[in-house]
Design a protein around this ligand. Structure first.
Ligand code: URA
Length: 209
């Protein structure tokens, strides 16, 4: 079973409150999502392997640590996942970025992929799939299916807010994928929105309706 990590860092929780607030406008919403994504990236990269190198300071030579060249790939699910990508890239600028686009089939209501572009070395790369809202979990499951079909072996899921229904579906479908979230909410409503949630993440990021 995949683990679920809820980042309860005070800064993340403080900013998440203003992200949820309906009075927060597009510009501030986008800035806050960017900041929370960066803070989450800081937490999610805690276990990255490091190696020792020698560095010459103005005073002396010393052993010091650098990241040991792990290949990372970020995969935002279009379009709302894009809102978190730059924030993560601020902390891990060497990560490569793939994209997965999905639409909902009007008959079956199931997500169907319409666009997938991934960085090379898929099998050795550690991927972080990004979507601010893990609602029913259908899109996340399908995006991860797309990655696995192409050879991805090491995948994490990162969201701002998740509903228990989404966590359960993702855990069932992909028990090898750990889930990283800032808020675990109560439920989905009849329209598929997370309650209390933040509304439609894509619309709030891009000022659309
Ligand atoms: N997608 C959103 O943007 N918001 C929700 O509450 C659920 C799915």
């Amino acid at each position: 079973m995949g683990k679920v990590y809820v980042f309860d860092h005070p800064l993340i929780q403080h900013k998440l409150t203003y992200i949820r607030d309906e009075k927060t406008g597009t510009k501030e919403f986008r800035e806050l999502v960017d900041e929370v994504a960066a803070l989450m990236a800081y937490e999610i990269t805690r276990e990255l392997p490091t190696e020792e190198v020698m560095v010459k300071t103005p005073v002396t030579e010393a052993k010091s640590k650098v990241l040991s060249g792990k290949k990372l790939g970020l995969v935002p699910i279009l379009r709302a996942g894009l809102g978190m990508t730059d924030g993560i890239l601020k902390l891990i600028p060497a990560a490569k970025v793939g994209h997965v686009g999905l639409y909902r089939d009007p008959e079956t209501l199931q997500p169907v992929e319409y666009y997938v572009k991934l960085p090379p070395d898929i099998e050795e790369r550690e991927f972080i799939v990004i979507d601010p809202m893990l609602a029913t979990g259908g899109s996340a499951v399908e995006a991860i299916n797309s990655l696995k079909k192409r050879g991805a072996k090491n995948i994490k899921m990162m969201c701002l807010i998740a509903a228990p229904e989404g966590v359960e579906l993702l855990n069932e479908a992909h028990p090898d994928v750990d889930i990283y979230i800032a808020g675990l909410d109560e439920k989905l409503n009849e329209k598929g929105y997370i309650v209390p949630g933040l509304g439609d993440a894509g619309d709030r990021l891009y000022g659309t309706k």
